[in-house]
Design a binder for this molecule. Sequence first.
Ligand SMILES: [Zn+2]
Length: 200
Amino acid sequence: MLYFSGPVARLVDEFAKLPGIGPKTAQRLAFHILNSPPELAQSLARALVEVRQSIRRCSRCCNLTDEDPCAICRDPARNTRLLCVVEEPRDVIAMEKARGYRGLYHVLHGAISPMEGIGPDDLTIKELLSRLQNNEVEEVILAANSDVEGETTALYLARLLKPLGIKVTRIAHGIPVGSDLEYADAMTLNKALEGRGEFG
Ligand SMILES: [Zn+2]
């Protein structure tokens, strides 16, 4: 059992709050910082504070951005009739890297999960509905993950959007069942997008 003085213990505690960081890794990170030149701690601290100050949600697509509207929403070359709904900002990155999609996005910031107490109101579904008011969007592509939460979310959205007269499609299951969009390679992702079908 190791005992740390106040500031070290606090740093270890803060690291341990991060996803995927257990107590051992938290200690390792803390000691790495203590053994590194002070500049490392300073630039890390600055980056942490700056990212929270400058990054916010885009008022249109809810993706994370340092400018509002974000670069994708502002891009005049984008097809504004196509809207791809994803769970997380990292899914937008995966889709953009795959380069097979030129429409707009909507980021839900999660998926419906009764187990974790996450309901529709915890996602950006209200924002999605208000975006669809102007009748510009002709097709909504549901690209939620293919796990239970993603399927539940896709089904919920399909039922919500169908009565609005919007074509609702779901990306094909080239994406392995139960896996996250972000881990799909570009070719699989583009094929899944091409092979999308009407849904709900
Ligand atoms: Zn945006």
